[in-house]
Design a protein around this ligand. Sequence first.
Ligand SMILES: NC(=O)N[C@@H](CC(=O)O)C(=O)O
Ligand SMILES: [Zn+2]
Ligand SMILES: [Zn+2]
Length: 346
Amino acid sequence: MSQSLTIRRPDDWHLHLRDGAMLAAVLPETARHFARAIIMPNLVPPVVTAAQAAAYRDRILAVLPEGMSFEPLMTLYLTEGTDPADVAAAHASDLVKAVKLYPAGATTNSQSGVRDFGKVQAVLEKMAEIGLPLCVHGEVTASEVDIFDREAVFIDTVLDPLRRRIPGLRVVMEHITTEEGVAYARAGGPDLGATITVHHLIINRNAILAGGIKPHYYCLPVAKREKHRLALRNAATSGEARFFLGTDSAPHPDHLKEHACGCAGCFTATNAMSMLAEVFEQDGALDRLEAFTSLNGPAFYRLPPNEARITLAKGEPVTYPAKIESGAGPVTVFDPGFALHWSVTL
Ligand SMILES: NC(=O)N[C@@H](CC(=O)O)C(=O)O
Ligand SMILES: [Zn+2]
Ligand SMILES: [Zn+2]
């Protein structure tokens, strides 16, 4: 018997589109299935001001293929020099949907991020006042903290004190990877959300390190032990409003992934929905896929869910390209390590 599932068109609440030829190459991979996405601002140089966000939005829309519709939801990269008035104006004009906090040095292109939180207190207070969410890459960067502990330590030593200092600040814990992240998100009120990637639902740290080093499974935050993957599966498939999809699809050309100092990031835009349907089916939770991909994110961001629908159909194993061409060389599509049977049919 063939099976199919119709859900509201999904959105991606954490996406890297890059710029130039890479942008043109990866945008259709997302726009094929997703109506909207929160666009990460970690370009070089970063998207710091409202004017830069408006220009980036125009560059994205300029390379959107004929016949595709897609709405980029822009973000600003928080720096110690960010002007609260510029942030408020960008929000008031409806251009910007969130501000992104990168602790300096935490991840790809985060060197302009925050070192001294005292310097961003005023802008965070302004954001709390106007209800503009702060998207947080939640890892400490101290070299003495083990890389597998950096998320849990961040929650205790940075995120929780920050939320206490600025009551009412709306926060999205981006790409959570630990049971501590799940528990903290669950304990927060309606002003706290958390995105979960597709790849962190599928791999644990063995995928990166056992049987030879696998650079295409390396991302930040790095995948953790199996118990953490299971906690993420439980959260994503629970239907709980605070958890929603942010793929963190993060393309890097293969020559920079397969490198002595390989870049962090998994490229999942191409097969994200097929992988998610497979994962939710494995967990007997297909009836909660729509909440995760299409309902909980808009509700957190106070946007209407999409009216359009997509249909996923189950059949013979799906074929998808192993790599896409990017102008900067091929980009490997994330390989979940098992066959996918669900495809987006319309
Ligand atoms: N997730 C990643 O491993 N990489 C992201 C940055 C980020 O989201 O931390 C990137 O921009 O490549
Ligand atoms: Zn990040
Ligand atoms: Zn990211």
